[in-house]
Design a protein around this ligand. Structure first.
Ligand code: SAH
Ligand code: MG
Length: 213
């Protein structure tokens, strides 16, 4: 997407995270856990600092990196986050404990598509952050936007999928299918009359959807 030189330049300007967060970043890198890219998470955190949501729902915890970054940036917010993978959930739980955020970050384990009745008890949410299986974004959106506060915002990560949404030559059939799903989601979201949506080409692409009044 953007020129690598520019991205390197921005990255080296971003202040170092504390040791504990850096350890999580290192772990993610070593173990191929797809946590948010640095410039992407910084942009998201800044949007959240402006918005000041009290309650955030995250779909896709992985090992808790983005949830812990949000907890750090918004000390008076509560974050409910869902992870399907048991191993990752366990590691996320350890990380939340190690960073002493147990009262702020609530971890739920299971398929997000089946946890709506549990999640509902924690709502309504001022912000919903969708960052799980890319083929199912529209399902996550439809299932959880019912618990969005009237002035709430849905943030969706990875909507540019390494720029592949703009590529016409994709060899792998599986990747092609996934790209088609993401493009369908982007199109649907941009046409959704209940929201104003803007796409930011930062990180892996973030859509910001604000409920219309
Ligand atoms: N938000 C994290 C990264 C999440 S990676 C961060 O930036 O730190 C995406 C995660 O979504 C993966 O760990 C995957 O296991 C999880 N996931 C995928 N589909 C899911 C589903 N249907 N329900 C819950 N979690 C899901
Ligand atoms: Mg992501």
């Amino acid at each position: 997407m953007q020129n690598k030189q520019i991205l390197d330049y921005i990255e080296q300007l971003i202040p170092e995270r504390n040791d504990q967060l850096r350890e999580i970043e290192e772990y993610a890198k070593k173990n191929d856990v797809p946590i948010m890219e640095l410039i992407g998470i910084e942009a998201l955190l800044q949007l959240l600092r402006i918005q000041q949501p009290k309650k955030i729902l995250e779909v896709g915890t992985a090992i808790g990196y983005s949830a812990l970054r949000m907890a750090d940036a918004l000390p008076s917010s509560q974050i409910i986050t869902i992870e399907r993978d048991e191993q990752r959930y366990i590691i996320a739980k350890e990380n939340v404990k190690r960073l002493k955020r147990e009262s702020q970050v609530i971890l739920l384990q299971g398929d997000a598509l089946e946890l709506d009745s549990i999640v509902e008890q924690y709502g309504p949410f001022d912000a919903i952050f969708i960052d799980a299986a890319k083929g199912q974004y529209q399902k996550f959106f439809n299932l959880y936007s019912q618990f969005l506060a009237d002035d709430g915002i849905v943030y969706t990560d990875n909507i540019l999928f390494h720029g592949l949404v703009a590529s016409s030559e994709i060899e792998s059939r599986n990747v092609r299918q996934l790209v088609r799903k993401i493009k369908n989601y982007n199109q649907w979201l941009m046409e959704n009359q209940d929201y104003h949506t803007a796409i930011l080409p930062v990180g892996d692409g973030i859509a910001i959807s604000k409920k219309r009044g």
